[in-house]
Design a protein around this ligand. Structure first.
Ligand SMILES: CC(C)(COP(=O)(O)OP(=O)(O)OC[C@H]1O[C@@H](n2cnc3c(N)ncnc32)[C@H](O)[C@@H]1OP(=O)(O)O)[C@@H](O)C(=O)NCCC(=O)NCCS
Length: 246
């Protein structure tokens, strides 16, 4: 139990860039508190102490806003970042190293008693507000975009987004297998740099167009003549002179 908790704390430290110390995780992380109460509730549930299990799960929900049914199966190093509005149903199965953000539902779509909640395989990341509904499987290492609604199986390693969720990035393109904070690629370009690049491109194109309209080449624009000057299309007025020098 203590070994597992140590692992849980280390996992939170590794996955949340905002976490400064282990003590901070223990005192201030609702995801950690919910997991602690879930483990107690689940132990009670497995012994047939259903009311105690439900009560501990309810205490966890009141304290953290994260509702994990005591009958759910949760793997090791599970991390719910921020908490609030997370619901994990009774027959949900969550593998190891799974990360959920606030507002995620692992919910059912039917009232039958059997398996009716999703299975998340190892290393899955589910973005904030995403709804994963029904007895489907989200494959190993897959990522679910913020606010997506997942209604069918997701293959291992792919990223799905939207309502209903569709594949946005296939496994071939998604090469980073390590955890990436917030599910975003580590080598994602800086959005400010990307915007500046776009602006620079537009400014260069506009300068070239202005120069073209004014009949003079712009600095940095590709020159048409070998000496960097645009060739004069008018005939040479000097007597006997021709444009090719003859
Ligand atoms: C889905 C996600 C994992 C993809 O991240 P990524 O690998 O960096 O991919 P990109 O940002 O390059 O996006 C790929 C495509 O999916 C689209 N997309 C990304 N996230 C989306 C989302 N949540 N909903 C709809 N479309 C989305 C992008 O617009 C892009 O489309 P394009 O190729 O047509 O331009 C990420 O955007 C995401 O939603 N992460 C969850 C973050 C989160 O919940 N944070 C909470 C912190 S409190």
């Amino acid at each position: 139990m203590f070994k597992k908790l140590g692992e849980d704390i280390a996992a939170i430290m590794a996955r949340d860039p905002a976490a400064k110390s282990r003590l901070e995780v223990v005192l201030c992380y609702p995801g950690f508190h919910a997991l602690l109460l879930y483990r107690l509730a689940n132990a009670a549930w497995r012994r047939g102490w259903f009311l105690l299990g439900r009560f501990l799960s309810h205490v966890g929900r009141v304290l953290t806003g994260i509702e994990i049914h005591p009958g759910a199966t949760i793997g090791r190093r599970f991390f719910v970042d921020h908490g609030m509005g997370v619901v994990i149903g009774e027959t949900a199965q969550v593998g190891d190293d799974v990360t959920l953000y606030q507002g995620v539902t692992l919910g059912g779509t039917s009232l039958h008693q059997g398996k009716r909640h999703p299975t998340l395989e190892d290393g899955v990341i589910v973005g904030s507000g995403a709804q994963v509904l029904g007895p489907l499987t989200v494959g190993k290492g897959a990522r679910v975009g913020a606010n997506a609604v997942v209604l069918k199986d997701v293959a291992a390693g792919v990223t799905v987004v939207g309502i209903p969720a569709q594949v946005a990035i296939s496994r071939a393109k998604q090469q980073d297998t390590d955890f990436c904070a917030y599910g975003t690629s580590i080598d994602m370009p800086d959005p400010v740099a990307r915007a500046l690049d776009g602006l620079l491109g537009e400014v260069t194109a506009l300068k070239a167009r202005v120069a073209e309209l004014e009949g003079a080449p712009a600095a940095g624009a590709p020159a048409n003549g070998s000496n960097g000057h645009r060739p004069d299309p008018r005939p040479d007025p000097r007597p006997g002179a021709s444009r090719d020098g003859n």
